[in-house]
Write a protein that binds this ligand. Structure first.
Ligand code: PLP
Length: 451
């Protein structure tokens, strides 16, 4: 047992918390920010310092940090029925209502929902569903999973294997059979003289070549975020999904849209796949699903996968998978309220209203000499720092430039996320134009401090 009690909150955090996804030199230098509460899009630390959260938590606190409707929905359900029965022929009334609602607001005319506690688990669940399905249909060799470099799908062993980030090599991942195609980021990966249309064609050709090389009869499914989030906010090149979907269909490979970030309004429509005009075979949802007020994920199955999975499960009399807290009634009550708040109480409208201001703010900052590109969709965006704007040469150095920008933002009372060489903003949907002004003016000052 530890006999020494460190004094400050920062030291206490360091003493007993093993940090994940945290730049340790930054924390060693600046200390951990220990938060106590939030109000609207602001959070406050133990010293009473105020931060405007340009990231809405981890892309998810879209209704702000103190939304009364959401806390009341949670309280009411805790009072009524906090326990749960998720399996063995029992289910809460809230879960029934949420599944109805999710299919109603999905792009599917019918379908079914399976609940998890996180986005990672929802991706894992979907992979198991695909393996289960193909095995049941007499194709057990269909196990390979296609994703993209820079795609982010989570941290469990399977979802980390799907993730196309080099850091996963420290865990000896990806597992065999997880194949990463090229990232469809035209600005960074387009070749000299190649048009965006040609680039998209090249991405589609790579997909088809890979399917042929691996053997279509070995591939279980293809997963893609409509806009890559943790890869650095990367919208697909123009026409990308229209180019790849017919290829996937030709080889009978399900297309799964990982909408953990893009779902429920982030891109200006309910779903990112609506924004990019395609209907996937299934949707992975989390984060905004509960506006960050409860850990919950969901797999939304479209009609084809619903029927096939139902048949596969009936053949062996069950689908042997599920988490203790799957479909927790408090989470479902919160999700029902969150969906209502986003879709019917003006939040999605506000995303659409704020988007031009957001785009203007980003475009203005992108004029700075060390910003190579701004990119984004709806209320998610990134500014890519470059040492040289013409050659797009990235910065080097041990502390990444984006980390330095994010630290300068912190000093100015703004939270933003460093990702690779980019800083990312994904504000809450409840922001006002005044919040937007404050966010961009703080980021502007931070950029001036770093460059
Ligand atoms: N998929 C995407 C697109 C994500 O952005 C994330 C998390 O950021 C995940 C999956 C994993 O979700 P979770 O962190 O809830 O496990």
């Amino acid at each position: 047992m530890n006999t020494q009690t460190p004094q400050s909150w920062e030291a206490r955090a360091d003493a007993h918390s093993f940090y994940g996804f945290t730049d340790l030199p930054t924390v060693a230098d600046r200390g951990t920010i220990v938060l106590t509460h939030g109000k609207g899009p602001y959070v406050y630390d133990v010293h009473g310092r105020e931060y405007l959260d340009g990231n809405s938590g981890l892309w998810n606190m879209v209704a702000g940090f103190d939304h009364k409707g959401l806390t009341e929905a949670a309280k009411a359900q805790y009072d009524k029925f906090p326990g749960y029965h998720a399996f063995f022929g029992r289910m809460s009334d809230q879960t029934v209502m949420l599944s109805e609602k999710l299919i109603e607001v999905s792009p599917f005319n019918r379908g079914k929902v399976f609940y998890t506690n996180s986005g990672s688990e929802a991706n894992d669940t979907m992979v198991k569903m695909l393996w289960f399905l193909w095995a049941s249909e007499g194709q057990p060799q269909r196990r390979k999973i296609l994703t993209r470099e820079n795609g982010y799908h989570g941290v469990t062993v399977v979802s980390a294997s799907m993730t196309g980030k080099p850091y996963n090599s420290v865990f000896g991942l990806p597992l065999d059979g997880f194949i990463h195609l090229s990232c469809p980021h035209y600005w960074r990966f387009g070749k000299e003289g190649e048009s965006e249309a040609q680039f998209t064609k090249r991405m589609a050709k790579e997909l088809e070549d890979t399917i042929k090389k691996e053997g279509p009869e070995t591939i279980a499914g293809f997963f893609a975020e409509p806009v890559m989030g943790a890869g650095g906010v990367i919208p697909p090149s123009k026409g990308y999904f229209q180019a790849i979907q017919p290829i996937l269909k030709r080889y009978n490979i399900p297309l799964i849209a990982d909408e953990v970030i893009t779902g429920f309004g982030r891109t200006g429509e309910t779903w990112g796949c609506e924004t990019y005009d395609f209907v996937p075979d299934a949707i992975i949802s989390s984060k905004n699903l509960t506006a960050g007020f409860f850990p919950m994920g969901a797999v939304l199955l479209g009609p084809d996968l619903t029927d096939r999975l139902q048949k596969a499960a009936e053949e062996i009399e069950e689908f042997p998978h599920g988490f203790t807290a799957s479909g927790h009634p408090v989470g479902c009550a919160i999700a029902l309220k969150a969906i209502d708040v986003v879709l019917n109480e003006g939040l999605l409208d506000n995303v659409r209203k704020l988007t031009p201001l957001f785009e203007e703010g980003m475009a203005r900052l992108a004029e700075k000499k060390n910003i190579g590109e701004w990119r984004g969709k709806g209320l998610m965006g990134a500014l890519e720092a470059v040492k040289d704007k013409d050659t797009k040469t990235p910065f080097d150095g041990s502390l990444s430039v984006s980390e330095r920008i994010a630290n300068a933002c912190t000093d100015h009372g703004l939270i933003c996320r460093p990702l690779g060489q980019a800083v990312v903003l994904c504000p809450a949907f409840i922001m006002t134009p005044a919040h937007m002004d404050e966010m961009f003016s703080k980021l502007d000052s931070a950029l001036d401090k770093v460059f």
